[in-house]
Every structure is written in C-alpha cells, then in structure tokens.
Design a protein around this ligand. Sequence first.
Ligand code: FES
Ligand SMILES: [Fe+2]
Length: 405
Amino acid sequence: MTSSGDGRAYGSRPGTWDPELVEVGAGTPAGELLRRYWHPVARSSDATTRPREIRALGEDLVLFRDASGAPGLLEPRCCHRGTSLYFGKVEQTGIRCPYHGWLFATDGTCLDQPCEPDRGRNRDSYRQPWYPVVEYHGLVFAYMGPPDRQPVFPTYDVFDDLGDDEEVVIIDHFAFGGPTEAPCNWFQTHENAMDAYHVFILHNAISGPQFDPRLDIWPRVDWQRHDWGVTCTQDRELDDGTTLHRVTEIRVPTVRVIPTPTLSVLGRTNNLSWALPIDDTHTRVYAMVRKPEDRPPQGLPVYGEGKSWFDLSEEEHQRFPGDYETQVGQGPITLHSTERLASSDRGVSMVRRQFVDQVRIVADGGDPVGVSYDPADANVSVMAGNFIVGPDTDLAAIPLPESLS
Ligand code: FES
Ligand SMILES: [Fe+2]
C-alpha cells in the first residue's frame, strides 16, 4: 500500500499478517485449533534409541524409541532439575535422565529415582510432560492438545489394502523438490494447494515444463467448499476430445492432497501430504506416497535443463523458480494486509475463511470439523485425483465418495 497518488514506493506502510491464520503457539487462537488434531512430527525412522530434538507447533520436544519399540515424545527439560533429556539414555522401558538418573516411560510416568530412598517412594507423583504418539505408514504423529478432546487417529482410505507388491513411502522434500524445511509460515504453503493458476504460470510458462505438458493447457477452474475442507477442480480439454479432470483437496487443518503433477498416476491420488508448522516461521511438509515396490515414487519437478532443485545455481533459481522460491519469497510470514486478492484467488480465500471459522469455533469452546471421538469414523475417504473423462461425461455429475457428499 502506498501513500502517494502515483503509486511509487515512497511512504509505503509496513504490512501485517492475520494472526488467526498464521500463529501456531500454544494459547494463540490458531495454535489452539491446530492442537485439536494429530500432526506428523517425524519419520518413524527418526525415533530410535538415540534421542532426537523435535520442534512442532513452536514447542521443543525430544523423540525417542525405547528398547521395547515404543516411540515417546517428551518435553526435553527434566521435571527434576531441568537438564535436557536430549542427553538421556534410552532403556528398555523409557529414557533415563543423565543428571540424576530419573527414568521416564513414554507416557512420562517416573519409573525410577535411583538417588531417592527406595528408588523413589513418591515417584508416582512425578510426571515428565509428554504427548501421545501414533505411528502410521512410516510417520510419527503427535496429539498436542487438551486430553479430554483427543480425537481418534484418522487413517486415509487411499493407503488401505496394500497389495503384496505395493508400499507406502514418505517424501519430505518441501513441495516435492526442495529442502526438507522451509523458512516460512505453514499457511502460505498450505493455501497453495488451492492456487490452481500458479501451476500453469509458475511451473509451466515461467520455468519451462516442470510437470506434465498436458498441464500446459489453460484450465477451467472451480472451487467447492465442503464441511471438511475445500476442493479445486481443473478441467483441461485434450486434443483427443477427452478432458483431464484434476481435483486437488485441502482438509482442515493441514492436509493437502495434490495428485501427481507428472500425471504418472491417473485415477484417485496415490499421495497425501501434511504441512507441519514447526513454528511461526518454519514449515516441514511430509508426503505419504503409495506405489508399486519396483517403481520410483513419482516424478519430482525438473528445473532448467533437467536438473533437480539441489543442483541449481543461484542464477538458475531465479530463472527456474518453483514452489520453494515463490512461497519462501512471500517472506517468513506473508503480509496479508498488503495483498490484492483477485478473482483467481477465490480458492485461497475459501481456505482462509474456513480455517478462521474453525479457529473461532474452538475459541468459543466447540469442536472443529474433521475431529471425531468415534473409532467407527477413523477412516477418511479422499477424493483428489487426475481423471481422464470422455467428451460426453457430465463433470458435475461425477459423484463424490459417499462420505464426502
Ligand atoms: S535433572 Fe533429571 S534427574 Fe535430575
Ligand atoms: Fe506448485
């Protein structure tokens, strides 16, 4: 925003962000919404007998796996006198603080106090702060919210009933191509999933074909709001008279389903990802991909003359920008007050509005969408995919999976 009439930069006022979208800390309205869901905080392979520092939703934690195989996620600061369990020793039933040897189980209960009479007559009254975790297809998920509101752990139908020759793998390149961690707020990468037009411009017109050439065709785009999230449909008429019907999906709060843009998989998506807000200015994306064991996960974007993101020079990052450059380029936290949203941003606006609605529901004491306390509701049906449909197909009539309609 400028103060001078001819649009020059002199006198520009600093912008601000919308805290209801971006702040993830405990006690903030958006942070309290996020804490009502399970979040992937690490790969299962990160949970070992060597403690590892984890940061999620602005909280520092220590992840380990005890010798019985159970993963644990504890506050690092020992409840005795505060040294870090990062230096702890993992044993059969928990982690032992290196300073005075208190032993904590994965649920924080204190199992041993070797310097106290009878190894801790009152040890039952001590508890190291902890969070519950669940492992699912190679990721460790944590629930960091109020105990009485802990939802059932959701599973996703696209990963059900794996065949003998199939596997699920985790890819944690930011935006399927960059480093694992991006120095920007999570919401600016999350809302990108509803930014249909950037595929045509950024990934194809600006940077050369980073994806399938069929995505070069200008799409007909529409967005739909559901109880649980927002979908975007993009239809491209192909030369042979068929239509590429591409559906992307966002589920409150952090799930994005972006079918492979290389179109190596047609039909319903074979992948789903979560944006993990590490803190207000750092984000990690975990993608879960289902695939035949003997094939690579999916094509990653190519930049310039067939290079990967990591091989680019600084100048090539400028000439062939991708999701990392544009999303990190919005700044550590994008400044919503300076934006000029246009008609092509309708999907982004829908995602933001729905998220803020849920933030306010939680602030008012309610339960947000997408949480269930009934194990019968644990399996979630996903609708995103790349579909080739015939010339006579009524796109509006393609039914949603039952649970989504
Ligand atoms: S500081 Fe951990 S046992 Fe004393
Ligand atoms: Fe993109």
